[in-house]
Design a protein around this ligand. Structure first.
Ligand code: CA
Length: 224
């Protein structure tokens, strides 16, 4: 069952969307403002986000930008008003996948949701395996020899970024860009510490860096 986050501040529209999507068999959560949406989408694994543009506390475009910046790849459908042409374009540039113009018919929305979910499921693998580790992107879970491991959201994001860019050099600046929130500025040492913790969890033995390889003076490379 696909899990959808509806980000909409008008209660009547939010409720309508929720009921309609639930009838289609989706699991639906609602966030009423941008900050809440960011927090939830960064922490839980949703299959799709329906994102209104005009929101209290943080608008939809900022939410979209920050999610993508943080490496969250969940498909996003923007809910826009007819007059918001410029915002539509900007939203797509910022990483949204599609938009639906308000007022929309339930039929149209359902069709878009279905299309995006179908497209998304064909793209990234749901489970990535290396060694005895399984990274389950749909559940945001990492398993070693079949047992779920304790991972912080940041470690999971870090590992996802490594997997997505496997075989390539990742500088600390690049990791900072893809993994950390735009308003945080961890030092190199903080980044290295998180990588050390991740290594401790996924490497076959302590002091052995088979998967997350240090590239001296430059950064890291994932060879899993
Ligand atoms: Ca609104």
């Amino acid at each position: 069952m696909a899990k959808i986050l509806v980000v909409e501040d008008e209660p009547a529209i939010a409720l309508g969307l929720k009921n309609d999507l639930k009838l289609e068999g989706y699991s639906v959560e609602v966030a009423g403002d941008g900050e809440t949406a960011l927090r939830r989408a960064g922490r839980e694994a949703f299959d799709l986000i329906l994102l209104d543009l005009m929101l209290p506390r943080k608008d939809g475009l900022a939410v979209c930008r920050e999610l993508r910046h943080a490496g969250v790849r969940t498909p996003i459908i923007m809910l826009t008003a007819k007059a918001q042409e410029a915002e539509k374009v900007l939203g797509l540039e910022l990483g949204a996948d599609d938009y639906v113009t308000k007022p929309f018919s339930p039929l149209e929305l359902r069709a878009r949701v279905k299309a995006i979910l179908r497209r998304a499921s064909g793209e990234a693998p749901e489970v990535y395996r290396f060694g005895d580790i399984e990274v389950d992107f749909t559940r945001a879970e990492v398993r070693r020899a079949g047992m779920a491991m304790d991972m912080t959201p940041l470690e999971f994001k870090l590992l996802s970024t490594f997997i997505r860019r496997r075989g390539r050099l990742l500088t600390r600046e690049r990791l900072l860009d893809e993994v950390w929130r735009p308003d945080s500025s961890p030092t190199d040492r903080v980044i290295d510490n998180h990588i050390m913790n991740l290594r401790r969890k996924i490497e076959p033995a302590p002091n052995e860096s088979r998967y997350i390889v240090s590239v001296r003076g430059l950064g890291y490379r994932f060879d899993g």
